[in-house]
Design a protein around this ligand. Structure first.
Ligand SMILES: [Zn+2]
Length: 333
């Protein structure tokens, strides 16, 4: 049985004495987004904290699972921010030696090579930054999306040790080796879904679900030839495979440049789903320099986009958008 008796103040700190008229039930869904997503989601959550918008439940995929898990485990945002400010690439990215890899490729026909980097180091990095160890001990219900490589099934983790499960969710194919949990292999949930809204919506009596979408785009205007001139062409191709379908909660590509949109939950629970898709600078994997700039951009844009709705979100979340608007509906303005 899970123990979520703690009050819903945001992240167990600072705001306990603040006078919110009533606690709104806000769910947060953090999308996949690679290294850039780790910084962006952190900036987004810092903005929510400043706006005093408490989190009732959180679900994440890949980068979103990593940041979501660390914060849900009770690690204060300032501590996680400080870690990101000084993180070294070698803490989460350890590719095998090139001669060893070549040897195994040529003479062993690639047998046993499941990814460029060992995922174990990244799991250790997560472990060091988690406060609670298990999903059951999180500050609020937390879910991480991955795909089961044995069965091909979409898996939403909600119990057990957090560290291996959030790294399974973040184990990008080719880049990271899949993670073995209870005898089965798992990798990046972005293969099936960018942002697992269904993990929390309709389940926690939520008034609002805020999706922070920072996944790469499938940019049809850029050809594969263009990718050949960019760093990590191999990853650009993987990106194109992963991100070929726009998720249901976004408008069609090119239909609108709005960074915020909303709609009712299509499954009928009545919650309003707000999608924030910030415009962020590029951050080439596995670079960490420039990460804090991405974080600040995401933080600033979230603050800007949500401030007009802050009071409504804190009091009457369901009634806040009398006329629900969609990003693709430009005539509504
Ligand atoms: Zn729903």
């Amino acid at each position: 049985m899970k123990n979520y008796q703690k009050p819903l103040e945001y992240m167990n700190n600072n705001h306990a004495s603040d006078t919110l008229p009533k606690y709104p039930r806000i769910g947060v869904v953090l999308s996949s987004g690679g290294g850039r997503g780790v910084y962006a989601h952190t900036g987004f959550l810092m903005a929510l904290e400043t706006l005093k918008l408490p989190v009732t439940a959180l679900a994440g995929c890949s980068a979103g699972a990593l940041v979501g898990g660390i914060v849900a485990s009770g690690t204060p945002l300032p501590d996680w921010f400080a870690t990101l400010g000084k993180v070294q690439r070698k803490e989460f990215w350890k590719p095998g030696s090139l001669p060893g890899l070549l040897w195994r490729m040529l003479y062993d026909k690639g047998r046993g090579i499941t990814g460029i980097s060992d995922t174990q180091w990244a799991i250790e990095f997560c472990r060091k930054n988690l406060t609670a160890k298990t999903f059951e001990d999180c500050q609020f219900p937390f879910y991480a999306l991955a795909i089961n490589l044995d069965s091909g099934e979409k898996t939403i983790f909600s119990e057990g040790e957090i560290a291996p499960r959030i790294m399974a969710s973040a184990a990008i194919p080719i880049v990271y080796q899949p993670v073995k949990i209870n005898g089965e292999y798992f990798c990046d949930g972005a293969v099936v879904d960018f942002a697992p809204t269904d993990a929390i919506c309709c389940l926690h009596n939520l008034d609002v679900v805020i999706v922070h979408h920072v996944s790469q785009r499938f940019d049809q205007k850029k050809s594969i030839d263009h990718a050949l001139t960019e760093p990590w062409t191999l990853l650009k191709i993987t990106d194109r495979l992963l991100y070929r379908n726009r998720p249901w909660y976004l408008s069609d590509e090119g239909a609108s440049s709005q960074r915020i949109s909303s709609q009712r939950c299509p499954c009928g629970c009545g919650a309003i789903i707000i999608v924030i898709e910030p415009e962020l600078p590029e951050l080439t994997w596995p670079m960490t320099r420039g990460g804090i700039h991405v974080l600040r951009e995401a933080q600033q844009q979230t603050t800007e986009l949500l401030t007009p709705f802050q009071a409504a979100l804190q009091t009457d979340s369901r009634g806040m958008f009398p006329k629900v608007f969609k990003a693709c509906d430009d005539n509504n303005k």
